[in-house]
Ligand binder design. Structure first.
Ligand code: NAD
Length: 251
């Protein structure tokens, strides 16, 4: 099950955290993975880990917020079967602590990024009549996260983008799904925790938000991406997969 032999995947933000785990997992399942990141040394390091395990990967630098660069990348890459729009950034603040520029900055990466990559790579999938697009949303795409106004707005937009693409391109063989993680132990989260006056308490509090009592590991999110990328998920489109340790069930 879940073999990706003869498939080519592209994973954005694969130089770190969840994206790196997804790239490694898809490659281990047999896919040739294009590791995409704006941080070239980080992306190259991910490629090195995949090749060290005797799997296939290549790196290409891209800032996903650039529409023209996304199209230029699509023009030089082989056909992509699996597109994982994982790159994303965060911002802490409620309305009073948020400038319009903060919203624009998050929107450019979290929303325009997946939009740009879909514009660049989905037309060829539609022509071929097959493909799997996986957008990394968040628990913040399902419920509001306190003091994360721009993050909540943009991750709700990722969920909307996913559903709209699935609806507009139904009956095409191309599937569109979102993953909504709760807290995952990655550099993204560790950097936020380090900013708190009491980082150890912040770590405990964030872990307690989830009914499992702990944060997820990146590999636990990558497992869902592997399923959604695979032919076993042929009946799954337009859906949002919560891997939030029960966060959304209530508190
Ligand atoms: P991370 O910060 O560890 O890694 C993000 C990677 O994306 C980095 O390598 C960074 O260089 C790259 N990146 C950022 N902006 C980019 C851009 N404009 N173009 C290309 N690459 C860019 O983050 P992570 O925790 O692994 O998060 C990955 C995704 O998962 C994000 O979309 C995030 O919102 C989402 N997410 C994370 C968590 C969590 O708890 N970590 C929870 C829910 C959702």
């Amino acid at each position: 099950m879940f073999s990706l032999t003869n498939k080519t995947a592209l994973v954005t933000g694969a130089g770190s955290g969840i994206g790196q785990a997804i790239a490694q997992t898809l490659a281990a399942a047999g896919a040739h993975v294009w590791v995409i990141d704006r941080d070239a040394p980080a992306g190259e390091a991910t490629v090195a880990t995949i090749r060290a395990a005797s799997h296939r990967a290549d790196f290409a630098a891209l800032d996903v917020s650039s529409e023209s660069d996304a199209h230029a990348l699509a023009a030089r890459l082989p056909a992509i079967d699996i597109l994982v729009n994982n790159a994303g950034i965060g911002h802490v603040g409620n309305l009073l602590g948020t400038a319009a520029a903060d919203l624009d900055r998050l929107h450019a990466v979290n929303v325009r990024g997946p939009f740009n990559l879909c514009k660049a790579f989905v037309p060829a999938m539609l022509t071929r009549g097959s493909g799997s697009v996986i957008n990394m949303a968040s628990i913040g795409g399902i419920v509001a996260v306190r003091d994360r106004l721009t993050y909540t707005i943009t991750k709700h937009a990722v969920v909307g983008l996913t559903k709209a693409l699935a609806l507009d391109h139904s009956h095409t063989g191309v599937r569109f799904n979102a993953i909504c993680p709760g807290r995952v132990e990655t550099p993204f989260v560790k950097a936020r925790i380090a900013e708190y006056p009491d980082p150890e308490k912040a770590y405990r509090d964030m872990s307690a938000t989830q009914l499992t009592g702990r944060m997820a590991k990146p590999e636990e999110i990558a497992a869902a991406a592997l399923y959604l990328a695979s032919d076993e998920a042929a009946m799954v489109t337009g859906s949002c997969h919560l891997i939030d340790g029960g966060w959304s069930a209530g508190k």
